[in-house]
Design a protein around this ligand. Structure first.
Ligand code: 6R9
Length: 667
């Protein structure tokens, strides 16, 4: 029986390799291309970019100019200088012109398994053009910011592409963010137009969106900034149109306005270094960073990584569980796959609704070739048991991708053996909002020998270096451990932080002069494979969402009863990390469950549900050094019950605090 199983597995493996030769068949091929990419980035990327449509071609030489060394002057990076293009043209028109207009572009399922929709490349081009025409009709011009606050419906990537078509700079705000957070983002980029929806069902839970936008717009108005138009899509389920709050002077129904627009909208040709979008992400201070990406470089980074890391070819079926509110949804759901002409499978609902088999039935139904997800979701799926994936025929799968956090060995093996039947390489892509596209990954090639939990080898053009955190010196031996930095430049790297180039330089380029500092710790093994060990700054990773501890602390301390707060990340079986907050109240006698709930509700209101602390630990005082710095290292040990390993506490101003906090654990 067992032998039969092994035999059938080998057969499928043989079939898998038969149906398509791997892109980089040998290690030598990768090495040669990699060497070329780092020795002559200008020539290499120029050639890579030539597979795309450029309205005006950039010169073969002189198109790349950069400085990443703060000692030599301002940080600036320019790729494909002199070229003009449009990413929406490359994602859509190019395929329609090539006779692929009737090919499916998006396959969508909503909250209920019976909610299904497919959209072809031609249909999407028309929808995008109508939206682009509407935006132009309300005054949106090249360079203007547009806020997109939509659930995962096909209209979300369509809205992004519509902005790209006319050179508007989109800022997609994840649907889990609160009104305060939406307002903060609208104010930062001065987005006069907001695209949203009535609301959406997530499992059995309705999530309202339009009322949140109304509140955010009112908050922005209080600060003196007026949003002029809100386009609202009616998504059936959560909030009927008739009960949706409405301001006729400002609000427009999507279903009324968009079908009336012309389905033809010529793309605006943009300079390679024009802005394509903004995406807010967390850093180690309370204020989110508006990461700025550009038109040309981002496009090439997204397209080329899709080609080589996921082997995407026109007509392939690619399934991605990411939300467009995060960078993974931008690069590997909206843009990259369409640049490669594939059909993208997307889910608008909860991945475990109505049960643990939902995603696997979708993969079977649409014959997904590649499946891309995050370790946190894998951990919650594997908990539900092997029966769910085994109930579906997953023989169409060829490549499995992972992103967002280091994948633990247990989840890796489950993914590889149970989901992939030991046949599919796991492409564990390490990258960041700021890098724009994947920087390291095991390539999906037979020679790769990917190791469970390792982010593999650098992608073309990427030069990872491991620095000694104390001296800042590069550790040159192959086996090394320290902080991860990147040397040189790559096309899809962020160019600045919106409105704050100084912060861009100080966060990424000042800590280690001459390098881009990633904020991650990393180990390189004797084979040259990279292992990400997690953030070295005050950023935590909850279910693949980046959250700054300072953001949660500032939300807590805004609460009238909170005197002080210190937030740390603790290990969590499913989420990777969970938020653990120590809170000092004004007056210690209110340490009640109601107060706890009040604080949690406040964080929900200021940031959103995903940032609510898992634990609130009452702290009459916090352990501080004599210079007043909170000793987070001590807090981490107290939170996890490892107080025997507190380490050096000689700098503590009040040693009694530690005892007190230990007594209050679990209270
Ligand atoms: C793409 C994305 C970036 C941070 C990054 C790192 C962690 C992402 C990872 C990973 C280990 C991987 N991270 N992918 N850690 N292995 N494959 O997630 O962007 O939301 O900006 O987060 O996520 O810590 O620095 P972003």
């Amino acid at each position: 029986m067992q032998r039969l199983e092994v035999l059938s597995r080998q057969l499928t493996a043989a079939q898998a390799s038969e149906d398509r030769a791997p892109l980089l068949a040998t290690r030598a091929e990768y090495d040669a291309m990699y060497r070329r990419s780092v020795e002559d980035p200008e020539g290499f990327w120029g050639e890579m970019a030539s597979g795309y449509h450029w309205q005006e071609k950039f010169p073969a030489r002189g198109h790349l100019q950069y400085n990443t060394d703060v000692r030599r002057g301002p940080v600036s990076v320019q790729f494909f200088r002199g070229g003009t293009t449009n990413i929406s043209y490359n994602c859509l028109d190019r395929w329609v012109a090539a006779g692929r207009g009737d090919q499916t572009c998006f396959i969508w399922e909503g909250n209920e398994e019976s909610d299904r929709r497919t959209v072809t490349y031609r249909q999407l081009l028309e929808e995008v053009s109508r939206l682009a025409n509407w935006m132009q009709s309300v005054g949106v011009k090249k360079g203007d910011a547009v806020t997109i606050y939509l659930p995962m419906v096909v209209e979300l990537p369509a809205a992004m592409l519509a902005c790209a078509r006319i050179g508007a700079v989109h800022s997609v705000v994840f649907g889990g963010f609160s009104a305060d957070a939406v307002a903060q983002r609208i104010l930062d980029c001065k987005g006069k137009v907001v695209l949203t929806a009535t609301g959406v069902m997530r499992g059995a839970k309705p999530v309202l969106l339009k009322p949140i936008v109304d509140e955010a717009v009112a908050l922005a108005a209080k600060q003196g900034f007026n949003v002029s138009s809100v386009l609202c899509l009616e998504v059936p389920g959560a909030l009927p149109a008739s009960r949706t709050p409405w301001n006729p002077a400002r609000d427009v129904w999507w279903g009324d306005a968009i079908p009336k627009m012309s389905p033809v909208c010529p793309p605006v040709w943009l300079a390679a270094e024009d802005r394509s979008f903004l995406l807010y992400t967390s850093g180690s201070t309370g204020k989110p960073k508006g990461v700025v990406h550009t038109v040309g470089g981002y496009m090439i980074g997204a397209g080329v990584t899709c080609r080589y890391l996921f082997d995407m070819r026109p007509g392939d079926i690619f399934m991605n569980t990411a939300d467009c509110g995060w960078i993974t949804g931008h690069t590997y759901l909206a843009y990259g796959p369409l640049l490669c002409g594939v059909s993208v499978v997307m889910l608008g609902g909860v991945p475990t609704y109505p049960d643990g088999g939902r995603l696997w039935r979708m993969a079977e139904r649409y014959k997904a070739r590649t499946f891309y997800t995050a370790p946190t979701l894998l951990r919650s799926l594997l908990q539900l048991g092997d029966a769910w994936p085994r109930q579906s025929d997953l023989s169409s799968l060829r490549i499995l991708g992972s992103v967002g956090e280091p994948i633990n060995e247990h989840a890796w093996h489950w993914y590889h053996e149970v989901v992939g039947d030991s046949r599919c390489p796991i492409v564990d892509t390490w990258w960041q909002t700021e890098t724009g596209s994947a920087m390291m990954a095991p390539l999906p090639a037979p020679w790769m020998n990917a190791k469970p939990g390792s982010a593999g080898l650098p992608f073309f053009g990427v030069c990872p270096v491991i620095l000694d955190p104390a001296t800042g010196n590069e550790i040159v031996s192959t086996a090394a451990e320290g902080v991860l930095a990147l040397r040189g430049v790559w096309p899809s790297m962020a160019r600045t932080l919106h409105g704050d180039h100084e912060r861009f330089e100080s966060v990424y380029f000042a800590p280690y002069k001459g390098y881009y500092f990633t904020g991650d710790g990393c180990r390189r093994d004797a084979d040259g494979h990279y292992w990400i060990t997690g953030r070295v700054d005050d950023v935590i990773n909850v279910s693949g969402h980046r959250i700054g501890t300072a953001e949660v602390e500032s939300a807590l301390t805004e609460h009238a009863d909170c005197a002080e707060a210190a937030v740390i990340g603790v290990e969590h079986g499913i989420k990777g990390q969970a938020i653990y907050a120590f809170v000092t109240l004004r007056g210690h006698d209110h340490q009640t469950e109601a107060m706890r709930k009040g604080l949690m509700d406040h964080v929900r209101k200021v940031i959103g549900p995903f940032a609510v602390p898992e634990v609130i630990h009452w702290a009459p005082a916090l352990p501080k050094t004599r210079s007043g710095k909170i000793m987070r290292r001590v807090l981490r040990k107290i939170a996890t019950g490892e107080e025997k390993e507190l380490g050096d506490v000689s700098t503590l101003a009040e040693p009694g605090v530690v005892e007190m906090l230990i007594k209050l654990r679990g209270k």
